[in-house]
Write a protein that binds this ligand. Structure first.
Ligand code: PEP
Ligand code: MN
Length: 369
C-alpha cells in the first residue's frame, strides 16, 4: 500500500503537522473563542472537533451533530482553517462532506469493527477526501492495518494513522497505554503512511501531554493531534486532558524537533529499541504485581490449613520446570535460577507478613478496622 504525504493535503510542510481543537464542538461561542486563540497562538494545520461523540455510558455529552457542522462551516470560513471531524457511519460521512469538512477521522471505537469500517469505505468510494484512522481500542495491529486497507481499497490515498494508545485493564499512569512498539511496527509495515500522535487521549490528563508528544516526535511521527478548549475545566467531554490554547503554544515551543524524515539512523533505532524495552519491563512489573496478589491468597490458604510456608517439593518443582522453560526459550538457566531465588525470597517474605497479620487478627492483637 502506498500513501500520499501529508504535504499533499493542503500543501503544508509544517513539522510537526498540528491538529488542534476541542474534544467536542459544544457551542458556536466555544468554537469561535477556542479557534481564534488557537489561530493566534499555534496556527494549526487542521482544526479538530467531535460532532458525534462515542461515549462509554449513556447520558454523557454525545455531540451536537448537524447543528455543530453548521458552526464548523462558519468557523472554517471565518478563520480560513481546514476542519476535521470523527465519522462512525455512512450518514456521518454524507453530512460531513455536505458541510464541507476537509478531513475525516475514524475513532478508536469504530476501527475495532470491520463492518462499520467497510460501510464507511463504501460510502467514500470515488470521494477525494483525506481520512485518518485511529488505532483500535485494544492492541491489535492487524485490525488497525485492516481498517486502513479497506479505505485504501476504496480509493483513499491521502491517509494517516493516529496513535491514541490502547485500553488496558488495571493500573496504568496513562488513560490509554501507548505501547509504542505497535505504531513502530505499523511504520515498518507501511513506511509511507503518515503517523500522528494523539498525546491527549494517551495521557488522559494535562500534565502528561507534553512528555508523550515529545516521545511521539522522538520516534519520528509526522504530526500531533492535541485537544484544546478555551475553558478546559468546563469541557463537556475529556475535561482533564484539554489544554488552553496558550498552554498548548507553550508546550509546543518546548518540544525538541529532531530531523528524521523517514531516515532510520542509529539514534532513532536506539530510541525505538529502548522504548520496546520500557514496554517489556512494565509488563514484567505488572506480572509481578499479579504474582503478589496470588501469593497473598496462598498465604491465606496455608494459614487456614496450618501449613508451613516453605514446601520443599514445590520449590524443587519450580526450579525444575523453570529450568526447562529457560532451555526452551533460549535463555540462560543460571539467570533464570537466580531470578527464581529472588522471586521465592520475596514470596516467603510476603507470606510471612500476611500470616503474621492473620495471626494478629485471630489473637485480637489487631482489628480489621
Ligand atoms: C476523540 O478524539 O475525542 C475521541 C473520541 O477519541 P478516541 O476515538 O481516540 O477515543
Ligand atoms: Mn476527546
Amino acid at each position: 500500500m502506498d500513501f500520499k504525504p501529508l504535504s499533499s493535503w493542503f500543501g503544508t510542510t509544517a513539522t510537526p503537522f498540528l491538529i488542534a481543537g476541542p474534544c467536542g464542538a459544544e457551542s458556536f461561542e466555544q468554537l469561535d473563542e477556542t479557534v481564534s486563540r488557537l489561530k493566534a497562538s499555534v496556527a494549526p494545520q487542521l482544526v479538530r472537533a467531535g460532532v458525534w461523540k462515542p461515549r462509554t455510558r449513556p447520558d454523557s455529552f454525545e455531540g451536537k451533530g448537524e447543528e455543530a457542522l453548521m458552526w464548523l462551516r462558519d468557523i472554517r470560513q471565518r478563520y480560513q482553517l481546514p476542519i476535521t471531524v470523527e465519522v462512525a457511519n455512512p450518514k456521518h460521512v454524507e453530512l460531513a462532506l455536505q458541510y464541507g469538512v476537509d478531513v475525516l477521522w475514524i475513532g478508536a471505537r469504530t476501527t475495532v469493527n470491520p463492518f462499520s469500517v467497510q460501510e464507511i469505505a463504501n460510502a467514500l468510494t470515488g470521494v477525494k477526501v483525506p481520512v485518518m484512522v485511529k488505532n483500535p481500542v485494544h492492541a491489535d495491529l492487524q485490525l488497525w492495518i485492516g481498517a486502513i486497507e479497506r479505505l485504501h481499497r476504496a480509493g483513499i490515498s491521502q491517509m494517516a494513522a493516529i496513535h491514541r494508545g490502547f485500553h488496558r485493564y488495571g493500573f496504568s499512569s496513562y488513560r490509554n497505554d501507548p505501547m509504542w512498539s505497535l505504531p513502530i511496527e505499523l511504520r515498518t509495515q507501511l513506511p509511507t503512511l503518515p503517523i500522528i500522535c494523539d498525546p491527549s487521549h494517551i495521557a488522559g490528563k494535562r500534565s502528561l501531554v507534553a512528555e508523550i508528544a515529545q516521545k511521539g516526535l522522538d520516534l519520528g511521527f509526522d504530526g500531533l493531534m492535541i485537544e484544546s478548549h478555551y475553558r478546559p475545566d468546563e469541557a463537556l467531554s475529556d475535561a482533564a486532558q484539554q489544554l488552553l490554547p496558550e498552554d498548548l503554544a507553550a508546550l509546543l515551543s518546548n518540544l525538541v524537533i529532531r530531523s528524521n524524515k523517514g531516515v532510520y539512523d542509529s539514534a532513532n533505532a536506539l530510541v525505538e529499541l529502548r522504548q520496546a524495552i520500557d514496554d517489556i519491563d512494565l509488563d514484567i512489573l505488572r506480572a509481578l504485581s499479579k504474582r503478589q496478589e496470588i501469593i497473598e491468597k496462598i498465604a491465606y490458604h496455608k494459614a487456614n490449613k496450618q501449613m508451613t510456608i516453605f514446601q520443599l517439593e514445590r520449590w524443587q518443582e519450580i526450579l525444575r520446570t523453570r529450568g526447562q522453560w529457560a532451555d526452551k526459550l533460549g535463555i540462560s538457566r543460571t539467570h533464570v535460577e537466580k531470578l527464581c531465588q529472588l522471586l521465592h525470597e520475596e514470596s516467603i517474605r510476603l507470606q510471612n507478613l500476611s500470616m503474621n497479620d492473620q495471626a494478629d487478627v485471630q489473637d485480637g492483637r489487631r482489628t480489621n478496622a
